[in-house]
Structures are given as C-alpha cells and as structure tokens.
Design a protein around this ligand. Sequence first.
Ligand code: FE2
Length: 397
Amino acid sequence: MAHYRKVGRVPTKRHTRFDNGSGGIFYEELMGEEGFSSDSSLLYHRHIPAAISEVSEWMLPDQALVANSPLLPRHYRLPALFESASVATTDVVKGRRLILGNGDVRISYVVAGAISSLYRNAIGDELVYVESGQGVVETSFGVLPFTTGDYVVIPRATPHRWVPDGEVCCYIVEATGHVAPPKRYLSRYGQLLEHAPFCERDLHAPDEPLLVEETEVELLVKHRGPGNTITGTAWVLPHHPFDVVGWDGCLYPYTFNISDFEPITGRIHQPPPAHQVFEGHGFVICNFVPRKVDYHPMAIPVPYYHSNVDSDEVMFYCGGDYEARKGSGITQGSVSLHPGGHTHGPQPGAMERSIGVDFFDELAVMVDTFAPLLVGEGALASEDDSYYRSWSRGTSS
Ligand SMILES: [Fe+2]
C-alpha cells in the first residue's frame, strides 16, 4: 500500500517533540515492514506503546495440520462447521477453524456474532473475506466499517478487534509476511496502473482516530512458536492500545469490496492471472466475479482441464452458481482443494453447457499456493469424501 494517508494530528516534522497539551509529549511509534526498508507509518500514542503489565499463555484453537494423503482433490462444506445456536458466542478471532495451511499461508473460516478480544497477528498480514454480514473492525489506526464482499486487509501486528452487527461469515487468509496488490499492477513508484482491475478509489481506510481510555487491557498475540509452529500469548497492557491521536504513512488497514473488481474478459478463455487481486509470499489470490464471458463464436467459456504442476488451488465458492462445478455437490460456502499432481477442470457436461453462454453469475475467491497445502481440523470435520469421484460420474468422448 504505497499510498500516503494522514489521519488525526501529527507534528509538522517527523521525529520531533509533539506536545500533548498537558505538559508532556505524545509517543512516536514507527510501524514498518522489512526492517525500515519498505512501507511504514508513524503513529502518535498517548501512552508508551511498549508497556506490558502481565503475561500468560493464550491457548489457540487446534492448529494441527496433516498431509493431503492419499493425494486427492477435496471438497469441504464450511457452513457445516458452525451451529446457529453457538454463533452469538463465537467471535472472529478465537472462533475461527483452520481449514488448510502451509508455511506461507493458513486459511480458516468462522461464523460469528460476538465481539472479539483485542488481537494482534505477529506472524503476518490478515486478509479476511467477508462472505456475509456487516460491522466494524476497530484498530489502532481507527475504525474500519465492513460489509458483505469486503476484503479486510489488516497489517501484521496491528492491534484490532472485530465488532460484528449480527451474524458474519468470514473466510480468513493469514499470511506469513505481507499481502499486497500484484506488483505488475503497480507503477515503479507504487501507483495502481490503468490496466489494473481496481484503483486507489476502491480502497477504504480509517479516516479518524479511535481513542479509548481504559487500563489493564488484555491483548491476544498470535506468533511463531518452536519449529515454525503457531502459538499464542496474552499480554495485559497498562493502557488501551487505541490511544493513537494521529498517524501518517503508507501502512494501514483497508477494505476493498469484491464488487469493485472490474473483470478482464476476452474473446477466448482468460486464465486465473487475469482475475488476480492480491499476492503474498508463496501464494496469490484471485477472484471470479459475475461477468460477461468469451465472445469468440467458437469459444468454450468454462476453463480447459489444467494441471498447475507447481500449485495447490483452493477455491471458496461464495456466491452465484460456479459454472464449471455444477453437478459436483459444490455450493455456497464450499471449498475445493485441487492439489498439484492432479489435473482438474470442469465437471462432466459443463464444457458442453457453457457453449454459447455469454454471462456467468458466479463469485469465488481463489488462493493458489506454491508449496503443498496441509489439512486442518476444520477441513477434516467438513469433508464431502465423494468429491474426487465427481469427474468419473460423467461421460467421456
Ligand atoms: Fe483451476
């Protein structure tokens, strides 16, 4: 996010005395990526941001991952993981259930209605796709309203909490490192280029500070454990972390709504890179949105069979009726995992049905990883174990 933003009060000159009006000063914090060599922001706190009063262990929900073995394409029905009776007491931070993951990225899902704890992910950026629902995310940078279809991008180590307004369904991508628009969409100075399917106007960030005066406040921190494991620590802070009177810079949380993604279409099939929206280390994120499809007179609009020999592909089906998967059992809230080593593509009959069709009403978020994905407890608990046979149920020619 190389787009400068200023919110609240900041001193005229960085790294200089900033009087708080009560005989003291505000405390400057530089929050920056890649060791002072990438995007950063300067935040001005009422209290010392390093202060910790107490510490204890935060026991995370099950983070175990097992191999996709035997190697198979998989289908998970995520809505089956949450009972409506428990939604009011489930929150987006502690209630998420791990679906898939590797050393670069972890994907989880939650249906929640409760306000979350204060939380900081010290491993990487979080990109939360809001499948349905609305509310706000309160952060140390200010308040971020969210609604159905938003990607909520929260930089690594940002203190925040989720405040849903009713039930929300969230598909959560936790990076090891950072998430940003693809480099090929950016000018050499970081502006989104004309050929990018979205622009700066489509990104929404806090526009005023959020100040809370409270003492002895718990903050949950997710961080690295021994041997690359994921673990948690609970700190009690002497003052609430929402004490920032102003900040400026190029690093901050923001939202982008999937309906603002302008699809790139063509005479013949457009491959996934045309649908890319974000990238992280070791993975990319694409979205398939309602769109006019291929207009060559002989075009087959659904994809050809493909073997992405270097990738595992995860599709989250979050709206419409995904054209190429019709007949497979996949529906709203489903996730498919198509691992490297398997050739995948349309379900039987989908190619033939798509000929002459000029519009697809489908909405899906795809994560392609470059290291194999392992399977979490949420996947094991929601699997449709007949999916791998869905291609062999059809005809051949
Ligand atoms: Fe694919």
